[in-house]
Design a protein around this ligand. Sequence first.
Ligand code: NDP
Length: 296
Amino acid sequence: MKIGFAGLGAIGAPMAARCAARDGLAIWNRTPARAEAFVAEHAGVRLAGTPRELAEGVDAVITCLPTSAEVMALLDGPDGLLAGLAPGTILVDCTSGDPASSRDIAEILAARGIAFVDAPVSGGPPLAAKGALTVMCGGSPEAVASAEAVVAPFAGRVVHMGPVGAGHAMKAINNALLAVHIVALGEGLVTLAKAGIDPRAAVEVLNASSGRSFVSEALVPERVLTGTWPQMFRLALLEKDIGIADGLAQSLGISAPVLAEVREQYRALRARLGESADYLDPIRTAEQDAGVLLRG
Ligand code: NDP
């Protein structure tokens, strides 16, 4: 199966690297230097000059871009994906996008005989590099079955969530909950530190108790208590995900005051910390505001 991969960002690059072992991988990235470096590292990968060139002659294109707006923008024009994708092919969108845009994209593609599956991922760059991402899919059963083979190199688990848009809905709610845990844990831990409690002891007790979460069990011990703060996932992208989750709740008439509140908090954090901040930086901000360090 020949695959074209667009978007060699923090998560896209390790996903594409997993696909590189397969024959017939083509890649495209907006900033050519990134794509050139990838091709230099992975023998046999075809460097496409445009999205159209990427799509020509492949069975499937994978997109992994910041938002659905960038995916939509990649479709059109003489050098767009639509100019290269043949009927009978499939677009698998691994962007954490929004359900309504995905339905629009699916409709545009369906008119040309091209299938679409929204297939956002979770697990971050470390699990992408191991081929152990969870992929949550939205689409018809036939399209999702085709997508399973496309994402196999980087997927540890593929779950069919429902029709087009269902994968993006699932991902947005997951990430909104992640954001709730991050800000709540930051507030809780700096409070304990200010009260004179050793942060490592606090995290140990939390993780043996009912207040624990993935953030307290994995992220804080590995990245905060060690003071390493690796750059893994841009806070701006998490803020986008919370906006999708909150917008989805609103569109369905669901009262979701916690989502609305965390959306406001992340909007303010994005404005304060900038576009390149990492998603765990709110904990660092909580440290700074409280005048404590969560190390140990
Ligand atoms: P990055 O910001 O690291 O990379 C974004 C990628 O999109 C780059 O390849 C960038 O190209 C490209 N891009 C940006 N704008 C455009 C545009 N207008 N046209 C074409 N290409 C564009 O993002 P990530 O790789 O971290 O995330 C990608 C998607 O995956 C997002 O939806 C994110 O929410 C999701 N995700 C990320 C995870 C993570 O841990 N990082 C985990 C799970 C999901 P260029 O090199 O030119 O900047």
